[in-house]
Ligand binder design. Structure first.
Ligand SMILES: O=C(O)CCC(=O)C(=O)O
Ligand SMILES: [Fe+2]
Length: 311
């Protein structure tokens, strides 16, 4: 059997504008990939090699090198619901900065908290790549909404979205022994976009249980992942992507992600309910889902979107 490959979607064409033929055919590819794999590799040309290097050799190094007390301050700063510092295993560290991209003050507010003495290059570079990821996320969302015939809800969905920038760091594997950096999971977000340094490790599970390693085709590639809230919103059409991180090389892996969360109450659009697709999810609060996931996680109990709002 041929080994499966991740779908690839090219979002780099300059003439990729709503209404054009290329837009319509790309929208179909996006929906097909999300229904069958829950993910796809985004080909883009927006990240220069300089930006890539500034992010992974300086900005995110500074972030993970922050003193413990500052990390504690970030964790406990309450004005951002999705700001956190956490560890999923002894070899992993995660840091979620909250929504630093939707408003221009937010990145400065985060930087002032993390570096009272200032850190301009962090601010500039992390803001730049977060914006690229936010724009890509909005393009993909617009394509899905148009392809499903529900574009009239697009603007209100964008208005209710929090775009959380976060990063993960995984220690190098010693003596070439594989280790699990993140156990298999689906994200609790609506969607996630991942960018990474030159160390692979993120693996995607196909519907029939095979694993595919995410291998970016350039320093400007991203991986788009659909998550639990997207599945519920789409009345089960979109497949939430199961993934994990396996570390196998003697180098540190750093990834940067954009994680989207919805505010308010999320409904399945009426247009996505019919005889073939009877309603599977009641209206739900994404924020409440996230809260319950964390609460159950502390007790090591699994919780699912179906438990929250499945019909
Ligand atoms: O580090 C990665 O590539 C993936 C991170 C991830 O799966 C997550 O933060 O949910
Ligand atoms: Fe994940």
């Amino acid at each position: 059997m041929d080994s499966p490959k991740l779908p690839v979607v090219d979002l780099s064409a300059e003439d990729l504008r709503p209404g054009t033929e290329i837009w319509i055919s790309t929208s179909k590819q996006v929906c097909h990939a999300l229904e069958e794999y829950g993910c796809f590799l985004i080909k883009s040309n927006q990240v220069s090699l300089d930006l890539h290097n500034a992010i992974y050799t300086a900005a995110l190094q500074d972030l993970f090198n922050l003193p413990k007390e500052i990390k504690q301050l970030i964790k406990s700063s309450s004005e951002q619901p999705y700001r956190d510092v956490f560890s999923s295993s002894p070899n992993h560290e995660g840091l979620a900065m909250g929504d630093i991209v939707s408003t221009s003050e937010a990145i400065h507010q985060f930087c002032n908290l993390a570096w009272p003495g200032g850190n301009n290059h962090f601010c500039k570079n992390v803001n730049e790549i977060s914006k690229i990821m936010m724009n890509l996320d909005q393009t993909v969302l617009r394509m899905v909404f148009q392809n499903y015939g529900v574009d009239k809800y697009y603007d209100s969905q964008i208005r209710s979205t929090d775009y959380v920038t976060g990063s993960s760091k995984y220690k190098e594997s010693e003596k070439n022994e594989n280790y699990v950096g993140l156990v298999i999971h689906t994200d609790k977000t609506f969607s996630t976009i991942i960018h990474q340094n030159d160390v692979n490790g993120l693996e995607i599970q196909t519907k029939d249980g095979q694993w595919i390693l995410y291998e970016p085709s350039s320093h400007s590639s991203f991986l788009y992942l659909a998550s639990d809230a997207f599945k519920a919103w789409s009345n089960g059409r979109i497949h939430p992507c199961c993934h994990r991180v396996t570390m196998s090389v003697n180098k540190t892996r750093i990834s940067l992600g954009l994680f989207t969360f919805l505010n308010g109450v999320t409904h399945v659009p009426d247009e996505l309910i019919d005889e073939e697709h009877p309603l599977r999810y009641k209206p739900f609060s994404h924020r409440e889902y996230y809260r319950l996931i964390k609460e159950h996680g502390k007790k090591k109990i699994q919780y699912s979107i179906e438990a929250l709002c499945g019909v």
